[in-house]
Design a protein around this ligand. Structure first.
Ligand SMILES: [Zn+2]
Ligand SMILES: [Zn+2]
Length: 227
């Protein structure tokens, strides 16, 4: 009798390769070792890797509206495949793992905030995809931090084309005016995203939040594109 119950308990295995060895966050040690952190030093504002500590040239020139972007890992190799599967092929089983990566960075950087929210999708894309990949990660984070997730803070009102393949200037132009924000007067807002590429979406959202009264806007993303 006990044997048959035991047979029903499936031992945890790596979500990527199926190995039961050395599991952390649902991935085995070998798969985790394929996911790289971003080479330091990083820009104090946008979080991109730079030659020496401080603020990068782009941030010095453009004075971005966000206060910080914190990304957990480099958008390359295995994590890129995982995020693709998670985002485009409904592999939502990875949401806990991705949330763990973001949470680690937030704790490490001791980020404090009043409002926890995420980068929204336009409703038409939400219908196509069936879920908002960033919202799922944020919900997971909220549960573990025992804080409320806010769904009503940022809205995407215009359906813009995907940012993939656009240069920095065109990316900003593409998303300009496409978001609105509810009143966040004097609040610190933490916005979660899956991937940060050039930070133009982050800039547009941060500007929208600042116009709505936010005093501090931090972005936390799972991964960051590093050229
Ligand atoms: Zn593995
Ligand atoms: Zn920078």
């Amino acid at each position: 009798m006990f044997g048959s119950i035991g047979d029903l308990i499936i031992p945890p295995r790596c979500l990527v390769c199926g190995s039961p060895q050395d599991l952390r966050y649902g991935l085995c040690g070998k798969c985790l070792s394929l996911i790289r952190s971003i080479p330091k030093p990083l820009c104090d504002l946008c979080g991109s890797p730079i030659g020496s500590p401080g603020i990068c040239l782009t941030c010095q020139t453009h004075n971005p509206p966000f206060n910080r972007i914190i990304s957990s890992v480099e958008y390359n190799g295995l994590i890129k495949e995982i995020i693709h599967a998670y985002k485009y092929r409904k592999a939502t089983v990875f949401k806990k793992f991705l949330a763990s990566l973001v949470l680690d960075s937030i704790y490490e950087e001791q980020v404090s905030f009043d409002i926890l929210t995420f980068v929204p999708l336009h409703w038409t894309r939400m219908i196509q995809r069936g879920y908002n990949q960033s919202a799922l990660i944020t919900k997971e984070m909220a549960q573990r931090m025992r804080v409320q997730i806010r769904y009503d803070v940022i809205k995407k009102n215009m359906n813009t084309r995907a940012q993939v393949g656009l240069n920095r200037k065109d990316r900003r132009r593409n998303v300009r005016g496409s978001f609105t924000a509810s009143n966040v007067h004097n609040k610190s807002v933490l916005v979660v995203d899956d991937v940060v590429t050039t930070g133009e979406t982050a800039s547009e959202i941060a500007q929208t939040l600042k116009n709505a009264g936010a005093k501090y806007v931090v972005f936390a993303s799972v991964a960051r594109a590093v050229s």
